[in-house]
Design a protein around this ligand. Structure first.
Ligand code: UD1
Ligand code: UDP
Length: 350
């Protein structure tokens, strides 16, 4: 059995790590990196830190508008698929690399398997939503992280090949939890429970000066420091829009996965538009303020650990400064053995 994983962005590397460990020794696993993310801080560092094998193919596609970027990936991936002839192709999440992997595979013999299938925000203006829907409808095996995701697929008529595996990001976090070093807080001059952590990188927020400006102004009115490891897109947008970074906001380079989780674990609150960070906050018991109007992870909101505020300045400040009535946490994302469930399903492919 030969399995080929297509990865290309920071969240892919985190998600592929537990899957790669689970497949190790059970089958041949070929790793293809599209090159959508290429900065060391968004790519190479994750391979070193998470102990992921080096990619067997590095397509070096780089940044471009979605059309040419997806087209370049599709072209290179088609050649790799024909050369490797895998039995199963695994794609992860909802990025342009995910869609390219799905499109490249859909008309070829390999079984196409989607990790994080069925996740929906129900807003087709969001590029990732388009990537999710198209990838799911091209897939043969659909590894859903929650019952909600299974239901979303059923509502679109997709029931064959669907398994609720739980969330691979939870597997990744359980591996990382014993390896966290709270000493990283000193590097940023913050103490546990007395700072806010933030990430902002969605085009919807960074490309609009009003939205990004409102987020920064809200942070500036807080009494606590805000540590903001900025995606290059965000740093570029702050400069391009000519926005002021308030004195209490520490705009820093993206940090490593283990450092990020240590910062998240120690934070009083996190304010983010990241999909993955919202769930990691939930796993680490850090209340989360989501800088979006909709969420693909409604379970965290229903449980009272996540509030959707969008980018209204006052709403962000209120959510970050209010008392949170935090109750018992349910476990909608499985037991941290998603990668094993994925391995079992893959090994069952004829
Ligand atoms: C992509 C995904 C998003 C995911 C995010 C993870 C899509 C549509 N979006 O967004 O779903 O949450 O990755 O972080 O696939 N850049 C660099 N260095 C890099 C990579 C990018 O400087 O290594 C800059 C470039 O200016 C580039 C911009 O960031 O144009 C955006 O990169 P891109 O890969 O297009 O999208 P992300 O915002 O990273
Ligand atoms: N992350 C990281 N360093 C950072 C910010 C985030 O390692 O400076 C990790 C985070 O722990 C999570 C993943 O990157 O596992 C989320 O990626 P991102 O927010 O870029 O993408 P999304 O989840 O929104 O698709």
């Amino acid at each position: 059995m030969k399995v080929l994983s297509v990865v290309g962005t920071r969240p892919h590397f985190v998600k592929a790590a537990p899957v790669s460990r689970a497949l190790d020794g059970a089958c041949e696993h070929v790793l293809v990196h599209t090159g959508q993310h290429y900065d060391d801080a968004l790519s190479e560092r994750f391979f070193r830190e998470l102990d992921i094998p080096r990619p067997d193919h590095d397509l070096r596609v780089g940044s471009a508008d979605h059309g040419p970027q997806t087209a370049m990936m599709l072209s290179s991936l088609s050649a790799v698929l024909r050369a490797e002839s895998p039995d199963v192709v695994l794609v992860y999440g909802d990025t342009n690399s995910t869609l390219a992997g799905a499109l490249a595979t859909a008309k070829l013999p390999p079984t196409l398997a989607h990790v994080e299938a069925g996740v929906r925000c129900f807003n087709r203006d969001i590029p990732e939503e388009v990537n999710r829907v198209l990838t799911d409808h091209a897939s043969d095996l659909l590894f859903a992280p929650t019952e909600t995701a299974v239901d979303n697929l059923a509502a679109e008529g997709v029931t064959a090949g669907v398994t609720n595996t739980g969330d691979v990001l939870y597997d990744a976090l359980l591996w990382a939890r014993d390896r966290l070093d709270a000493g990283v807080l000193d590097e940023f001059g913050v103490v546990p429970g007395e700072y806010v952590l933030s990430t902002v990188h969605r085009a919807h927020n960074t490309d609009d000066p009003e939205r990004l400006g409102a987020i920064l102004r809200a942070f500036g009115s807080l009494a606590l420091p805000v540590v903001l490891p900025a995606h290059p897109r965000t740093r570029e947008a702050v400069a391009a829009h000519g926005l002021d970074v308030p004195a209490n906001v520490k705009l820093v380079e993206p940090v490593s996965y283990l450092d990020f989780l240590a910062l998240l674990d120690g934070a009083a609150r996190v304010a983010t538009d990241s999909g993955g960070v919202r769930k990691e906050a939930f796993y680490l018991d850090t209340p989360c303020v989501t800088l979006r109007e909709e969420t693909v992870w409604p379970e965290t909101v229903a449980a009272g650990w996540n509030e959707l505020v969008g980018t209204d300045e006052g709403a962000i400040v209120r959510a970050l400064t209010r008392e949170w009535d935090l109750g018992e946490k349910p476990a909608p994302y499985g037991e941290g053995d998603a990668a094993l469930a994925i391995r079992e399903a893959i090994l069952g492919v004829e």
